[in-house]
Design a protein around this ligand. Structure first.
Ligand code: CA
Ligand code: CA
Length: 322
């Protein structure tokens, strides 16, 4: 087997040929992520215990008027506040969709003005203690920079250098924000929502209400796994073919290999996962089936991180089996 080395990438990748299976197709199922242990630095109360608390932002009610997290203090001022939740199970590297519902009706335009989303890999014992005032939201957070944002018509968003989002334009009465991220992070355990003051906002923010308040009725997180197929997903096929086990890595985190045939087979993809900081490109196998001779495979690392932590594909690398 002849292989060409990766030239541009500091990462090297592995490739092995070891068996016979059929053709596979890839599916990219988006699944909702469970959240728990709602925690905040502050939650709004009305001269009593906290009543607009982050647990109401994960109760499944996205539309009731007063059902979510808000931060107005009893002196009717606001300041930057933070909420955090644990993921109910660890997440592998994912494309994340975060939906933020701001549907307060009796006080319209009570939307998030500037905010930032982060994830962490910490043990759940060390963050998100479930308190609604002075809760523990401190751990090693990894701020995510959105790859795209969908807002109601007329609203604008600006992604600032710290990864936070500042909304502007025409502020509607209610809004649902949809923010996409590439989360190039292994074994994610939690998510943080920072509401950040900004001088462009009414009352200096962090919300769009005149007093800087907001109400987040609900936060929903959906993930699309980067890994979408494994050997068990490969259905038998009349065209017996070779099993490709591939793995890749990147010094900064996770990496994945997508294999695509560029001749001979219309769809030929299979993934495996591995985390390696420095691996070699090599082939494993007793013999190469004769029908593979001359086959050309193209593959690329999908999941290499660029300088901002975004998942990016490498340039194609071509392997010819001989
Ligand atoms: Ca809710
Ligand atoms: Ca915890």
């Amino acid at each position: 087997m002849i292989v060409q080395p990766l030239s541009r990438w500091t990462t090297r990748v592995g490739l092995s040929i070891s068996g016979v299976v059929g053709l596979a197709s890839l599916t990219h199922a988006q699944v909702k992520v469970g959240l728990q242990s709602s925690t905040a630095t502050f939650s709004q109360s009305v001269y009593g215990p906290p009543s607009l608390t982050p647990d109401l932002a994960i109760d499944g009610d996205t539309t009731s008027d007063v059902n979510g997290w808000a931060i107005l203090e009893n002196n009717l001022t606001t300041t930057s506040q933070t909420a955090a939740w644990e993921f109910t199970s660890d997440l592998d590297p994912s494309q994340l969709l975060v939906k933020l519902y701001c549907n307060h009706k009796s006080t319209p335009k009570t939307l998030l003005g500037r905010f930032r989303i982060s994830v962490c890999r910490s043990d759940r014992a060390y963050f998100a203690d479930g308190l609604f005032w002075d809760g523990d939201v401190t751990t090693n957070w990894i701020a995510l920079t959105p790859t795209s944002i969908t807002l109601p018509s007329g609203m604008t968003s600006t992604i600032l250098s710290d990864g936070s989002v500042l909304v502007g334009g025409t502020i509607p009465k209610q809004a649902t924000y949809e923010i996409n991220f590439d989360a190039c992070v292994e074994k994610m355990t939690g998510i943080r929502l920072e509401a950040i003051e900004d001088p462009s906002l009414p009352g200096n923010g962090p919300g769009t209400a005149s007093n800087g308040n907001f109400l987040v009725n609900e936060i929903e997180v959906f993930r699309t796994p980067i890994i979408t197929a494994s050997s068990s997903d490969v259905a038998p096929d009349p065209f017996d073919f070779v099993t490709i086990t591939a793995w890749g890595g990147h010094p900064r985190g996770a990496g994945y290999l997508v294999l695509e045939s560029i001749d001979g087979v219309p769809m030929f993809s299979m993934l495996d996962q591995g985390i390696f900081s420095d691996i070699e490109l090599y082939a494993v196998g007793d013999t190469i089936p004769p029908e593979l001779t001359g086959l050309t495979l193209q593959f690329r690392v999908w999941g290499a991180c660029d300088a901002t932590g975004k998942l990016v594909p490498s340039d194609p690398v071509v392997v010819t089996i001989s």
